[in-house]
Design a protein around this ligand. Structure first.
Ligand code: PLP
Length: 443
């Protein structure tokens, strides 16, 4: 029988892993996964790992979820794929209807792709093209928020403000305006999270004023900028953003790829501020973490801007697997679980349980900015030594594996983004293990 080490060797020879300096695997372990069940992933040696970050934020209801598995098996025998230009099928129709319902039909038109970055590209192109179709050809610029992350294709990277990802490609990218972050951690003495948000909104207004008539859209990750290290802001920022976009005639793009699907406490993060954007991007959790699926939801107004006899006024964008029936079916099964199991309400309780399980962090001097938004929990480790700080995340990841945990801090921000099926005992276990790892890494 082939050993786990053999799989690792073979992988490192031929698989180029994502977001990885491959040389680090000389010291950082690579785990060949044999199977998954619920919140656990199992390696080839039978060792298990609690998937505390939902396999990069995609998994909502556990690995090998019986309901999603059954739906996919059924769909597999009906239709695995058919092109979506000139053809349509039940899963994509039902999914689009359900999503429209969830926005009270404010965003009644869904356009499909396969991964998150493509959804962002679509939203940017649609905004630009909608203005152009309306005769506003000057609106060509985009605004993003400091620390934003919207994916790593060339268009999405242009509105991404994480230097680690952008640096090498700067000359390839169209420049976007970067405005102040509403991150509550930036509060100065006496300032509340709402004060920070309003200060940041004023900076946005300054750019909107300066570039009046030139800006197509503002793109934001509502409530939590995940990839920059779980930066959270007050929902008042979103309300102000919506007002400003209306006042300056600019589209609002909500990238809910990570924060959508119940992650922050409401199904769409925008609901927490009682606003709707002009474009809403979904991916990651929408297929339950099963298959690559992304989509952009938009308004009647945007849809009508493309509706015409002239083919060139249409949105001529496609991907080979646009609206894949298996992926849509997985999404339908995922939405059915939300409905049948009252997931949003159950998550509210679970997020309280997570907060209490980590209560001791509040007066831990080695920790700053303990924060939570729904099923995202995070804190920043205080590490003064520069060398130890730069290796914190990798050391944490390796130590976590020893504790049967899959966790990957972002810099010194330790975070949990677990599947929603976690039980109370599992939350306790997760907190204990996380604290054990933290003790070890800080020692
Ligand atoms: C993950 C992510 C993306 C990119 O999605 P991919 O599927 O990785 O291309 C875009 N925006 C946000 C907010 C994300 O978290």
């Amino acid at each position: 029988m082939e050993t786990q080490n053999n799989w690792v060797t073979r992988s490192l020879q031929h698989v180029w892993h994502p977001c990885t300096q491959m040389q680090h695997h000389e010291t950082v372990p690579l785990i060949p996964v044999s199977h998954g069940r619920g919140i656990w992933l199992y390696d080839m040696d039978g060792k298990r790992y609690l998937d505390a970050i939902s396999s990069w934020w995609v998994n909502l209801f556990g690995h090998a979820n019986p309901r999603i598995n059954a739906a996919l098996k059924d769909q597999l025998d009906k239709l695995e794929h058919a092109m979506l230009a000139g053809f349509t099928h039940a899963p994509v129709i039902e999914l689009s209807e359900k999503l429209s319902d969830l926005t009270g039909h404010a965003l009644g038109h869904s356009f499909y792709a396969s991964d998150g970055a493509s959804a962002v590209e679509i939203a940017l192109k649609m905004s630009f093209h909608a203005w152009r179709n309306g005769g506003q050809t000057e609106k060509q610029e985009f605004i993003c928020i400091q620390g934003s992350y919207h994916g790593e294709t060339v268009g999405a990277l242009a509105v991404t403000d994480v230097s680690l990802f952008r640096e090498a490609y700067g000359p390839m990218l169209q420049r976007a305006h970067v405005v102040a972050s509403p991150d509550a951690r930036l509060a100065q003495d006496g300032e509340t999270a709402a004060d920070v948000a309003l200060r940041a909104a004023a900076d946005l207004e300054r750019v909107l004023q300066q570039r009046q008539g030139k800006v197509a859209a503002v793109i934001i990750e509502p409530l939590v900028q995940c990839a920059t290290g779980m930066a959270m802001h007050d929902p008042i920022y979103l309300r102000r953003l919506r007002e400003l976009c209306d006042r300056y005639q600019v589209h609002l793009i909500a990238d809910e790829i990570a924060v959508g699907c119940g992650r922050t406490g409401t199904f769409f993060a925008c609901e927490s501020a009682q606003i709707w954007p002009d474009f809403l991007c979904l991916s990651k959790g929408i297929s339950g973490g099963y298959l690559p699926l992304s989509l952009v939801m938009t308004t009647d107004a945007v849809y009508q801007a493309f509706y015409d006899a002239d083919v060139r006024r249409g949105f001529l964008h496609s991907h080979s697997y646009t609206g894949n029936p298996l992926a849509c079916r997985a999404a339908l099964a995922t939405l059915a679980i939300f409905e049948d199991e009252n997931v949003i309400a159950a998550n509210r309780q679970k997020s309280h349980m997570i907060a209490s399980a980590f209560a001791s962090l509040k007066d831990d001097a080695r920790v700053k900015h303990v924060r939570q938004q729904g099923m995202i929990f995070a804190f920043d480790a205080v590490v003064d030594d520069a060398e130890r700080a730069s290796t914190f995340s990798r050391r944490f990841f390796s130590a976590a594996l020893q504790q049967e945990l899959l966790m990957r801090p972002i810099g010194r921000s330790v975070y949990l983004m677990p599947p929603y099926i976690l039980s109370e005992e599992e939350i306790t276990l997760l907190a204990q293990k996380t604290m054990n790892v933290f003790e070890e890494v800080m020692a």
